[in-house]
Design a protein around this ligand. Structure first.
Ligand SMILES: [Mg+2]
Length: 150
């Protein structure tokens, strides 16, 4: 996970937990399978059951005919690795929805809002505003909340 991905994920979680969906705050959580670790730490995590390729966030809510929603967050320009493809396929085969969001809070908001409201997922628009900083994204989330767009 790159620093940019980390910043993006923090903004997404803050939007969800603090601004948009406080009643469900505990049901969105991070799956700690990434990040830099020593070899010893990595071995312990692996023995504890960490599964490489599992998406970054799990929203443990059943909606839209799925058991739950997994979200993999990526910085712009980063692609999925083979472990992620494999894990995503396995999760989807078991009835979970998995989506990848590339560095775009608007897309995260659109996806989560549609999912929670059982809205048609194929009508989600994924805007791709270029070059927004994490701070700008959080400001955007706050202004959107004030306008009650979501
Ligand atoms: Mg990621």
């Amino acid at each position: 996970m790159t620093d940019r991905e980390t910043q993006f994920q923090i903004v997404c979680v803050r939007w969800f937990r603090e601004l948009a969906y406080r009643p469900f705050a505990r049901l969105l959580y991070h799956v700690p399978n990434g990040g830099k670790r020593t070899k010893a730490e990595a071995g312990i995590f692996k023995a504890m059951g960490v599964q490489p390729g599992t998406p970054d966030l799990h929203l443990a809510l059943a909606r839209c005919g799925y058991h739950s929603l997994y979200i993999e967050l990526k910085a712009k320009g980063n692609d999925l690795d083979p472990e992620q493809f494999t894990q995503i396929e396995l999760l989807q085969a078991q009835g979970h929805l998995v989506r990848v969001i590339w560095d775009d809070l608007d897309a995260f908001i659109a996806l989560v809002t549609a999912y929670i409201n059982n809205a048609p997922l194929d009508q989600i628009v994924y805007p791709q505003p270029p070059g927004r900083s994490a701070g700008a994204l959080l400001s955007l989330a706050r202004s959107q909340r004030k306008r009650r767009r979501f």
